[in-house]
Design a protein around this ligand. Structure first.
Ligand code: HEC
Ligand code: HEC
Ligand code: HEC
Length: 178
C-alpha cells in the first residue's frame, strides 16, 4: 500500500513540475480551468492572448519580440518596442517586401506566425486556437489580420462590425471593413 502512495505522490510532483515547466517561458497561458475545456467564447485578435498577466507572465507582442536575443529595441521611426507595441509596430519591420524578405528584418511575420502557432499545442489544444483566432476573410478573399482583441459570440463571430484596425496583407495597411 505504501508504495502506491509513494508512486502517486511522485506522479503528482512530476505532473506539477511538467506544468510549471510548460508555462514558465513567455507563453500566453490558458485560464485556470482550461486544458480540459477550451475557452468559450474563443479568443480572437492578437491581444486576446498577447497581454501582460504579471511581470513574470508578460505575453505582450513587445515582450515576445524582446525575448528574442539581440532583437532591435526600436521601430524604424524610433518608437521604443515595449508592452504598448502593436501589431502594426511589428509590421514596420516584419511585413513582406517585394523580395520576399521582411521590409526591415530577415523573417516576415507571414512566414513565422503560422508554424509558430499552428504547431503549438498550447495554441491549438489548450487555447483552442485556429485560423480564425487571427483572421477574417473579406469579400475579396483577403485574409485580414485581426490585431486587437475582439468580443465574439460563442461561434467566434464578432459581436460588432466593422472590426477596428484590420490589417490587409500585402497592402500593408490597416483598413478593411469585414
Ligand atoms: C489564441 C491565443 C493566441 C492568439 C490569438 C495569438 N497568439 Fe501568438 N502565441 C500564442 C501562444 C500560445 C504562443 C506560444 C506558442 C508556443 O511556444 O507553444 C504564441 C507565440 C507568439 C509569438 C512568438 C513566436 C516565436 O517565434 O517566438 C509571436 C511573435 C506571436 N505569438 C505573435 C502573434 C500575433 C502577431 C498574433 C495576431 C496576429 C497572435 N500571436 C495571436 C497564442 C496566441
Ligand atoms: C526595427 C525592426 C523590427 C521591429 C519593429 C520588430 N522586429 Fe522582430 N526582428 C527584427 C530583426 C532584425 C530580427 C532578427 C531576425 C530577423 O532578421 O528576422 C527579428 C526577429 C524576430 C523574431 C524571431 C525570428 C522570427 O521571425 O521568428 C520574432 C518572433 C520577432 N522578431 C517578433 C517581433 C514582434 C512581435 C514585433 C512587434 C512587437 C517585432 N518583432 C518588431 C526586427 C524588428
Ligand atoms: C497567430 C495568428 C495567425 C494564425 C493562427 C493564422 N494566421 Fe494567417 N496570417 C497571420 C499574419 C500575421 C499574416 C501576415 C500578414 C501580412 O504579412 O501582411 C497572415 C497572412 C495570411 C494569409 C495572406 C497571405 C498574403 O500575403 O495574402 C493567408 C492566406 C493566411 N494567413 C492563411 C491562414 C490560414 C489558412 C490559417 C490557419 C491554418 C492561418 N492563416 C492562421 C496570422 C495568423
Amino acid at each position: 500500500m505504501k508504495t502506491w502512495v509513494a508512486i502517486a505522490v511522485a506522479l503528482a510532483v512530476a505532473a506539477l513540475a511538467l506544468s510549471i515547466y510548460t508555462f514558465s517561458a513567455t507563453r500566453p497561458e490558458p485560464e485556470p480551468d482550461a486544458g480540459a475545456q477550451k475557452p468559450s467564447p474563443p479568443r480572437v485578435g492578437c491581444t486576446a492572448c498577447h497581454v501582460k498577466v504579471s511581470d513574470q507572465k508578460n505575453y505582450t507582442l513587445g515582450a515576445e519580440a524582446l525575448a528574442i536575443e539581440n532583437h532591435p529595441t526600436q521601430t524604424p521611426e524610433g518608437e521604443p518596442i515595449n508592452e504598448q507595441s502593436t501589431f502594426s509596430d511589428c509590421m514596420t519591420c516584419h511585413a513582406t517586401a517585394a523580395s520576399g524578405r521582411a521590409v526591415a528584418a530577415k523573417t516576415p511575420m507571414v512566414l513565422t506566425a503560422h508554424p509558430a502557432h499552428m504547431f503549438s499545442e498550447i495554441f491549438t489544444e489548450e487555447l483552442g486556437g485556429t485560423c480564425w483566432s487571427c483572421h477574417l476573410i473579406d469579400s475579396r478573399g483577403n485574409w485580414l489580420v485581426v490585431p486587437d482583441k475582439v468580443d465574439v459570440e460563442e461561434t467566434g463571430i464578432p459581436k460588432e462590425l466593422p472590426v477596428p484596425n484590420l490589417w490587409v496583407p500585402r497592402a500593408g495597411t490597416a483598413g478593411g471593413g469585414a
